[in-house]
Design a protein around this ligand. Structure first.
Ligand SMILES: C[S@@+](CC[C@H](N)C(=O)[O-])C[C@H]1O[C@@H](n2cnc3c(N)ncnc32)[C@H](O)[C@@H]1O
Ligand code: SF4
Length: 348
């Protein structure tokens, strides 16, 4: 069912409320929204093979997601990323892209983007581009089909590569995200760098984060990026860049390829002071920090009334509790995740 854009636009105003700023003076300008907890893959570091998914009634409708995103945009969010689970397997997801694109046209939003496993891009890349999306992130940890199947359990490398082709053909700029996994893809980074940069795509390596019970030894997967970087520095000239995204990524230029290489090390604290982001799950739970359990329920105020007053009040109250930083640990004694929720809940 299409989203009633006129009715939505009625709610697009901030009603005189100021832009969101947390107690540490950080402006909240970046919202990441997980639009579904479901996925067509079962990546070993992200999900258990037998995941129990949420009942439909708990998940926000596409209209509710639009209203929630638009409330944040009215209050100063300028970059919106849809994620998941796999955002592109949510039924009707193109109607959400379509309705959110009004904020790009109005100039309130600078960027609408998506993080995807790439499996549905042959189907959707063109349409996504037509809604004003310029850049997307595609997650891909290996170029070896067997390893790809082992990591994703259910995924097909060919399908994802075809999706990346479709995205580039549609004129989308693609960034590749790869999780660094000990003993799995650690010997492949030079190949991934040369492949990605050769196609004009930046590559970001992500350190495994201790989120959620996944039924496997997480310590076994953990590969510190400091080691990866030192190894790559023996082979390539890595030029440090000052460019920061406001998030936990550091970027370098690989002199030999000319492309950008990012390192996301969420276990370090040094990015928290510039943190500009919050995350909302598909049930409307707002997480003020990726590394903390504290959260606020926005579904209740959203469903309680057709006006946004209660929703704005709940958002304000939550942002006033945004913590200064996180406390991730990979607990060597207990081998338990530092946080109980899975990455597919907040979408990374
Ligand atoms: C949760 S996924 C959601 C979007 C989409 N399904 C995808 O895979 O791109 C977002 C990102 O989180 C990463 N991720 C998932 N679990 C992780 C973990 N435990 N540690 C680090 N990154 C993780 C994925 O590799 C992916 O790049
Ligand atoms: S990382 Fe993305 S593709 Fe893989 S299981 Fe998690 S949500 Fe699905």
């Amino acid at each position: 069912m299409p989203i009633d854009q006129e009715a939505m636009a009625e709610l697009d105003r901030a009603d005189g409320r100021p832009a969101l700023v947390d107690p540490f003076g950080r402006a909240i300008t970046y919202l990441r929204v997980s639009v579904t907890d479901r996925c067509d893959f079962r990546c070993v570091y992200c999900m258990a093979e037998n995941m129990a998914f949420l009942p439909k009634a708990d998940v926000l409708s596409l209209e509710e997601l639009d209203r929630l995103c638009s409330a944040f945009i009215a209050r100063g969010v300028r970059k919106l990323r849809l994620t998941g689970g796999e955002p592109l397997v949510r039924r009707g997801i193109m109607t959400l892209f379509s309705s959110l694109s009004r904020h790009l046209r109005s100039g309130l939003l600078d960027e609408l983007t998506v993080t995807t496993n790439g499996s549905q891009l042959t189907k959707y890349a063109k349409e996504i581009k037509s809604y004003g999306v310029q850049r997307i992130n595609v997650s891909l940890d290996t170029l070896n089909a067997e390893k790809f199947r082992a990591i994703t359990r259910w995924g097909s490398l060919d399908q994802v590569l075809a999706g990346i082709d479709a995205a580039q053909d549609a004129g989308l700029k693609v960034k590749i995200n790869a999780v660094a996994l000990k003993g799995v893809n650690e010997d492949e980074f030079p190949q991934l760098i040369e492949w990605a940069h050769g196609r004009g795509m930046d590559l970001t390596l992500i350190e495994v984060m201790p989120l959620g019970e996944i039924g496997e030894g997480r310590l076994d997967q953990y590969l510190p990026l400091s080691i990866v970087r030192a190894r790559l520095a023996e082979r390539y000239q890595l030029q440090d860049l000052d460019y920061r995204s406001g998030g936990p990524a550091r970027y370098m230029r690989v002199a030999e390829t000319g492309g950008l290489l990012g390192f996301i090390t969420p276990l370090t604290h040094n990015f928290c002071e510039s943190c500009n982001r919050v995350r909302v799950t598909c049930t409307g739970t707002l997480y003020m920090c990726l590394g903390q359990e504290d959260a606020a329920d926005l579904r209740k105020p959203l469903r309680a009334s057709e006006s946004n007053a209660q929703l704005f009040a709940a958002i304000d109250e939550a942002i006033s509790r945004k913590p200064k930083g996180h406390d991730f640990i990979i607990d060597r004694r207990h081998k338990r995740p530092a946080l109980a929720r899975h990455m597919s809940v907040t979408g990374g």
